[in-house]
Ligand binder design. Sequence first.
Ligand SMILES: [Zn+2]
Length: 505
Amino acid sequence: MHTMREINPRRPDAASGRWRTVRALLLGMLCASGAMAQARPAPRPTPRPGPAAPTAGAPPLAPASSWRAELERTIRRTVLANGLEVIVAPSEGVPIATVELVVRNGAFTQTPEYAGLAHLFEHMFFKANDRYPEPDEFMDRAAQLGAAFNATTREEQVTYYLTVVADSVAGGMEFLEAALRGAQFRADELAREKVVVLGEYDRAESSPWFRLDARIGHELWGGFWSRKNTIGDRAVINDVTPEQMRTIRDRYYVPNNSALIVAGDVDPAVIFTQAERVFGNWPRGADPFHDAPVPPVQPLAGSTGVIVEEPVNAVTVQIQWHGPGASADQDATFAADVFSDILNQPASRFQQRLVDSGLWQGVVVNYYTLNHTGPITVSGQTTPENLREALKVLDAELRATLEPGYFKADELEAVKANRAVTTAFGQERASENAHTIGFWWSVVGLDYHLRYIDEMAKQTPEQLQAYARKYIIGRPRVVGVMLPEGVKARLRLTEQELAGWGVMP
Ligand SMILES: [Zn+2]
């Protein structure tokens, strides 16, 4: 059984095919350890389409106006008396199902003293528990179930999931429940797992992206950095105690802070009955965010620049702003995704001016939806010779998005249709569907997922421009540049100069 635990290194979506190619080459060159191969793009409500067009096997598309009705017809949910939300997304076809437990935990709950421990906890979930007290016994049980088993830790969620044949779903639930309630956090196992997690840290640190991400992260988030930094702090991981693991479990691993998602070839009524039997006596806990509220992200006081020199060939630019929070400004999150989609279209004016002109090898615009301020990222690659001109034209082009007529009706229609198609594709795979639902449940609630396609379709050019004006144009930002060694001196590039590359309102 292959267990690959992944961690999100805060890498923005690779949205355009061109940039994906650029980045794939970059990773291939620089990450011989393979650590980055585990990196997955930030989850989106709709996975990006592959090169293939929709086939005859694709489900029929509902008109955009009835997307929610379509989802509500298929997705069933209930809430157990202890507060556990149970969500079932049935699909026919392959007789398998994914059982996923999602907990509102992750980096956002971490004070500096806990930086990295949400992820370490995720590893300890797989260790000895009261039902399977011997090391490896638990994983042997997973193998008996024929389960493909995995887990993830991100900024605002931790998930545990297995994909099993459809008639083993109840066994899958029992397996998760045993770990959830009976994990022992044995000191010897914690000591061993700490080494595994430190190994993940070492691999991440050996990537040239690590220092760029970390330095931009410190600048962008300030005192909130530990709550964005999923991989965490080496010293904190090294000094972990079993008591800290128990603190995390007692505070966050309660049914009223969790959801059980089952996607695949299952009957919702049967799943609800099984969930009640397996999880019904898990006692409700205190609201974790009452006792340990998440402080607000402090606005940036001004723009800053970051330069890192690494053994790389190209020049990478990563510019980040504070974007909307998914609860605080939900409408802006829909505008953000349409705005990004249009700018990322290969035929867009933005791509023509920046990439087809030869100034950039690729540029991607991204908003990563999070509840506690999601980052907006513009990232791309250029050459040392083109860097200054590339930044200048990028800023001019971003400013141009505010001009009347910048966004064309046919462009909006095209990206709306694209989102609808890719969403339909995402629902076809049970595991992917479970992850998508789990992500939205944890970050902002299932309702957001149900509304998403309809809200995207309602966006107007004026709403996209209002978003750009509120969050991007002339707003404080962090401009990060990763250069080959020696280029900084040759270009006489300073962080102050980068900080000054602000676009004026
Ligand atoms: Zn891990």
